[in-house]
Design a protein around this ligand. Structure first.
Ligand code: F3S
Length: 61
Protein backbone atom coordinates (compact mmCIF):
# COMPACT_ATOMS: atom_id res chain seq x y z
CA UNK A 1 0.00 0.00 0.00
CA UNK A 2 1.27 3.43 -0.95
CA UNK A 3 -0.02 6.82 0.14
CA UNK A 4 0.69 10.03 -1.71
CA UNK A 5 -0.46 13.59 -1.25
CA UNK A 6 -0.47 15.67 -4.40
CA UNK A 7 0.68 19.27 -4.53
CA UNK A 8 -2.80 20.74 -4.31
CA UNK A 9 -3.00 20.13 -0.54
CA UNK A 10 -4.34 23.30 1.09
CA UNK A 11 -2.98 22.38 4.52
CA UNK A 12 -6.32 22.06 6.27
CA UNK A 13 -4.86 19.49 8.67
CA UNK A 14 -7.78 17.08 8.65
CA UNK A 15 -5.67 14.08 7.67
CA UNK A 16 -3.20 14.79 10.48
CA UNK A 17 -6.05 14.98 12.99
CA UNK A 18 -7.60 11.72 11.78
CA UNK A 19 -4.40 9.72 11.32
CA UNK A 20 -1.38 11.29 13.05
CA UNK A 21 0.53 8.00 12.76
CA UNK A 22 0.85 8.47 9.01
CA UNK A 23 0.32 12.15 8.17
CA UNK A 24 2.12 15.19 9.50
CA UNK A 25 2.44 18.83 8.57
CA UNK A 26 5.61 19.94 6.84
CA UNK A 27 7.41 23.19 7.59
CA UNK A 28 5.77 24.53 4.44
CA UNK A 29 2.32 23.95 5.94
CA UNK A 30 1.20 21.07 3.77
CA UNK A 31 0.64 17.46 4.72
CA UNK A 32 3.32 14.83 4.16
CA UNK A 33 3.40 11.08 4.68
CA UNK A 34 5.69 10.28 7.60
CA UNK A 35 5.97 6.50 7.43
CA UNK A 36 7.40 4.29 4.72
CA UNK A 37 4.98 1.40 5.04
CA UNK A 38 1.58 2.63 6.22
CA UNK A 39 -0.28 -0.65 5.65
CA UNK A 40 -1.18 -1.09 9.33
CA UNK A 41 -3.19 2.11 9.28
CA UNK A 42 -5.41 1.36 6.32
CA UNK A 43 -8.71 2.21 8.02
CA UNK A 44 -7.52 5.59 9.28
CA UNK A 45 -5.86 6.40 5.97
CA UNK A 46 -9.06 5.75 4.06
CA UNK A 47 -10.99 7.88 6.54
CA UNK A 48 -8.48 10.70 6.06
CA UNK A 49 -8.64 10.29 2.29
CA UNK A 50 -12.42 10.55 2.29
CA UNK A 51 -12.35 13.55 4.64
CA UNK A 52 -9.83 15.65 2.74
CA UNK A 53 -11.79 18.68 1.46
CA UNK A 54 -9.78 18.87 -1.77
CA UNK A 55 -9.38 15.10 -2.29
CA UNK A 56 -5.62 15.11 -2.76
CA UNK A 57 -4.76 11.94 -0.85
CA UNK A 58 -4.03 9.08 -3.24
CA UNK A 59 -3.97 5.49 -2.03
CA UNK A 60 -2.62 2.75 -4.27
CA UNK A 61 -2.06 -0.96 -3.71
FE1 F3S B 1 -3.99 18.57 2.91
FE2 F3S B 1 -6.18 17.22 2.62
FE3 F3S B 1 -4.61 16.70 4.61
S1 F3S B 1 -5.92 19.41 2.29
S2 F3S B 1 -3.68 18.66 5.10
S3 F3S B 1 -4.16 16.43 2.48
S4 F3S B 1 -6.80 16.62 4.66
Amino acid sequence: MKVKINESCIGCGMCVTICPNVFKMSDEGVAIVSVENPTNFETEINEAKNSCPVQVIEVTE
